[in-house]
Design a protein around this ligand. Structure first.
Ligand code: SF4
Length: 312
């Protein structure tokens, strides 16, 4: 029988015992698969730990199965080219998929490699980016292409990918797992939502503790040999099935064991602390218009990088 309300508690036990075992294994370099050892040992310890281990195995298997029949067909999923995957991840940072596809195709057609993109001028890149907003992404994209050219190849470790301009933890994990099969879990809004609901975790996701907890949990769930499929499955599951406002619970393969569903907390999870910082700023503007040959002209200038309200 499943016991609900215990996802987080179980996870706490799991992490505690996992740490004890890691310590144990450092003194005894033996080659027993870690999870089997932990699971067998856990059977004698605490029923909630058993619950967590079972939920973990079931979660990963179910998500992977769900992905085989529900995956979104996206053009960058037909390639393992890290440049193409990186480009898609940067475009999708603040853009909806449907809009992003057209831009990705245009960029790939015009600059099919990092070398081509690095050789373009910043103005050309910005012009191609027009309509996507957040132009710092385009500037960073261009600078990162130059970093790749300097390096001589696309970086292939999580740390070296993270060094690229404009690449944060999430994007680095996505590129590393999808392009290079590195076993690094992605943690974004979709992942927070799915995990907090399924395990009933109410630690605020925008706190250090929340980030640590969800990152550790996502990493624990990730099957090391299927990192690419698992990460993409989590992205798609959060975007299609376990959506923010109207999750499709009735057709969800996790409904039997989902904590939030059984405790009626779907719309309370994930928890986010509202840390609204109000900063007062004052700007002065000139609005320059003139009439010339019966035409009204307005003087405009592209804003510099660094701040949405940046002025010179
Ligand atoms: S049952 Fe509903 S809330 Fe739970 S994982 Fe499935 S879609 Fe999300």
């Amino acid at each position: 029988m499943w016991s609900f309300h215990t996802g987080l508690q179980s996870y706490g036990y799991f992490i505690t015992w996992q740490n004890i075992f890691r310590l144990f294994l450092t003194f005894r370099p033996i080659s027993i698969p870690f999870s089997t050892l932990l699971y067998n040992f856990s059977l004698t310890l605490h029923p909630q730990l058993i619950n967590f281990c079972t939920m973990t195995a079931e979660f990963t298997t179910t998500i992977l199965q769900w992905f085989t029949t529900n995956r979104r067909e996206l053009p960058w999923r037909e390639t393992r080219d890290p440049y193409a995957i990186w480009l898609s991840e940067i475009i999708l940072q603040q853009t909806r998929i449907q809009q992003g596809i057209a831009y990705w195709e245009r960029f790939m057609h015009r600059w099919p490699t990092a070398t081509d993109l690095a050789a373009a001028t910043e103005d050309e890149v910005l012009r191609e980016w027009q309509g996507l907003g957040y132009y710092s992404r385009a500037r960073n994209l261009h600078k990162a292409a130059q970093q790749i050219v300097e390096l001589g190849h696309f970086p292939s470790t999580i740390d070296s990918i993270r060094q690229l301009k404009g690449v944060g933890d999430y994007t680095a994990a996505a590129i590393a797992s999808i392009a290079f099969d590195l076993p690094t879990a992605v943690v974004d809004g979709n992942v927070y939502r799915v995990l907090s609901r399924y395990y009933g975790i109410d630690i605020p996701i925008n706190t250090t503790e929340g980030k640590k907890t969800f990152t550790a949990l996502a990493q624990e769930l990730l099957p090391p040999t299927q990192a690419s499929a698992f990460n993409q499955a989590m992205m798609d599951f959060g975007a299609i099935q376990c959506t923010p406002q109207s999750p499709l619970c009735d057709a969800c393969p996790l409904i039997e064991t989902c904590d939030a569903y059984h405790t009626k907390r779907i719309h309370q999870l994930p928890v986010k602390l509202h840390k609204l910082r109000i900063r007062e700023r004052h700007f002065s503007y000139y609005f320059i218009r003139c009439n010339e040959h019966n035409t009204t002209l307005t003087a405009i200038r592209r804003r510099p990088s660094g701040d949405i309200w940046a002025i010179e």
